[in-house]
Write a protein that binds this ligand. Structure first.
Ligand SMILES: Cc1cc2nc3c(=O)[nH]c(=O)nc-3n(C[C@H](O)[C@H](O)[C@H](O)COP(=O)(O)OP(=O)(O)OC[C@H]3O[C@@H](n4cnc5c(N)ncnc54)[C@H](O)[C@@H]3O)c2cc1C
Length: 385
């Protein structure tokens, strides 16, 4: 695609992003064309697609930003297509999607549409669909694995620990996350981080917090039953301890964000030699530190691990009518304050490899606190949120 054509489609796409309800109108036109031409595809999609305009326009934007670095865009699109296999989307569907996207641009712009735009967007949609078809064809592994719920423990009113037994072991690395679909909300895939490492018996554990107003997490916490069949798609993410770097480790997790860190620590516990790890576990109230005792037990038999509990409040909230438990004898005393601020009060941890896991807000906050005391940004890893 020549530079003039690339500039034209970029400017045109910017006008869509900047106009009120532009992404929503474009994506709605896309699905109208796609389903009108291919009614059979409708059943592949989840019942609510409120996040689709944002996700789809972000993906197109990413491609437009990488037209001159196509290898990067190709990698991204191939990964997207591999991930879409969990919906039942196949390589042949991408050509139809490309035609629907081009038609959506035509519908969106109406009388303002012209032949140069037609040509530019046709090239882009063909590039996208070809890259995605390659991605869909390149992965011959299963699009998802099935697993049976064998345990559901309501640890807090809004938090459950769910144990599953998969039919075959899911090949994830400790620290990765996986897309999950539950029978109460079919096809509404959400990312969850296994809280234990993969094992040959196919046992998996997830820690799930109920998000108020959410579609899937309340169903998991409130409605999961033993025997439910879940679907688990291919793992993503790269949180890991770099054993070759010779650096010690700092882990910071809050809420169910401890899950990917916990899985790595349990795996490290199965090895003889490990770097030193400081693990700060945070929560708003003492009751949010629902797993701190297990982690402390792990540290008892693994002297390389130090667990430090941190809470913003000293006491439990009114809706959790139990006194805050004292830490087990010998464990680091509970520190009170904002998690990021508490960790940063120990210094910059500049010699550490650092992992942060939790909500988007907590990750941003903690990153900022560390960087402000001199932590090199490139030492910090976290999952995309
Ligand atoms: C890499 C990764 C790993 C994850 N691992 C876990 C895990 O191990 N355990 C776990 O419980 N969750 C985890 N999540 C979050 C999970 O994927 C869902 O986003 C969450 O459960 C909400 O889904 P929902 O369907 O209930 O809410 P949705 O219906 O998707 O969202 C409803 C509303 O809540 C908002 N919302 C969504 N998530 C949050 C949040 N965390 N805090 C505040 N508002 C939110 C949305 O913006 C939306 O407005 C992870 C997310 C990512 C990106």
């Amino acid at each position: 695609m020549d530079a003039r054509s690339a500039a034209l489609v970029r400017a045109n796409f910017r006008s869509v992003l900047e106009s009120p309800q532009g992404p929503e109108r474009l994506v709605s036109a896309f699905y109208s064309h796609l389903f009108a031409e291919n009614p059979g595809l409708y059943e592949l999609f989840p019942p609510t697609m409120d996040m689709q305009p944002k996700r789809m326009t972000m993906a197109i934007q990413y491609v437009l930003e990488h037209l001159e670095d196509w290898e990067q865009a190709q990698k991204f699109l191939e990964q997207l297509a591999r991930d879409h296999r969990k919906y039942g989307v196949q390589a042949a569907h991408y050509d139809r999607a490309a035609r629907a996207l081009l038609a959506a641009f035509r519908t969106y712009h109406g009388a303002a549409w012209h032949s140069e735009l037609e040509e530019g967007w046709r090239d882009i949609t063909i590039l996208i669909s070809a890259a995605m078809a390659i991605g869909a064809n390149s992965d011959k592994s299963k699009p998802y694995w099935e697993a049976t719920v064998v345990g559901h423990r309501r640890v807090l009113d809004d938090l459950a620990v769910v144990r599953l037994q998969s039919d075959e072991p899911v090949p994830y690395q400790a620290g990765q996350y996986v897309p999950v679909s539950v029978p109460q909300r079919p096809r509404m895939w959400r990312y969850l981080s296994p809280a234990i490492p993969a094992n040959p018996y196919g046992e998996i554990e997830f820690h799930v917090r109920k998000i108020r107003g959410g579609w899937v997490s309340p169903a998991i916490v409130n409605e999961t039953e033993i025997g439910d069949r879940w679907q688990i798609a291919a793992p993503l993410g790269g949180l890991h301890v770099d054993r070759d770097s010779g650096r010690d480790v700092l882990m910071i997790g809050s809420g169910t964000g401890i899950a990917p860190l916990r899985a790595q620590l349990i795996e490290m516990g199965q090895r003889g030699i490990n770097p030193r790890v400081h693990f700060f576990i945070g929560g708003h109230y003492p009751c949010d530190l629902y797993d701190v005792e297990n982690m402390w037990q792990l540290s008892q038999s693994n002297p390389w691990l130090t667990v430090i509990p941190v809470c913003e409040q000293k006491t439990n909230p009114w809706w959790y009518p139990h006194p805050a438990q004292d830490e087990p004898y010998g464990m680091h005393r509970r520190l009170i304050g904002n998690l990021g601020a508490v960790v940063a009060s120990f210094g910059s941890w500049a010699d550490r490899q650092i992992q942060i896991a939790g909500s988007a807000h907590m990750i941003a906050d903690t990153r900022r606190a560390l960087i402000s005391v001199g932590t090199p940004e490139h030492n910090i890893s976290c999952d995309p949120v």
